[in-house]
Each structure stands twice: as C-alpha cells, then as structure tokens.
Design a protein around this ligand. Structure first.
Ligand SMILES: [Zn+2]
Length: 51
C-alpha cells in the first residue's frame, strides 16, 4: 500500500517531495506545508512538465 496519506508535509511546487515533519523542500528549498489528501488529485495532473 503506497497511498498512505496521513499528516504529510509537502512542497506546493513538488508534490513528490513529502515529509512527515515540517521542513524545507529538497528540490527548491521552499517551506513544506501540510498537504490535505483531498488536494492531491488536482496536483497530479499538472505535476509533470511535458517534455
Ligand atoms: Zn519544491
């Protein structure tokens, strides 16, 4: 089971970057924010840049 989404902190810009505690994004250095699970569906669509 990979979809274990409890209180996760994640970067607003990088939904892949998650942590179980407050911190900074390893990709861009932004502060991680609590990510409500209901939001993830929307972000997944725009997360990957078309290349
Ligand atoms: Zn980031």
């Amino acid at each position: 089971m990979k979809a274990e989404i409890t209180k996760n902190y994640s970067c607003p810009m990088h939904i892949n970057v998650t942590s179980n505690k407050p911190g900074k994004c390893t990709q861009c250095g932004m502060d991680l924010s609590l990510s409500p699970k209901e939001k993830r569906k929307v972000v997944v669509m725009n997360a990957l840049p078309a290349r």
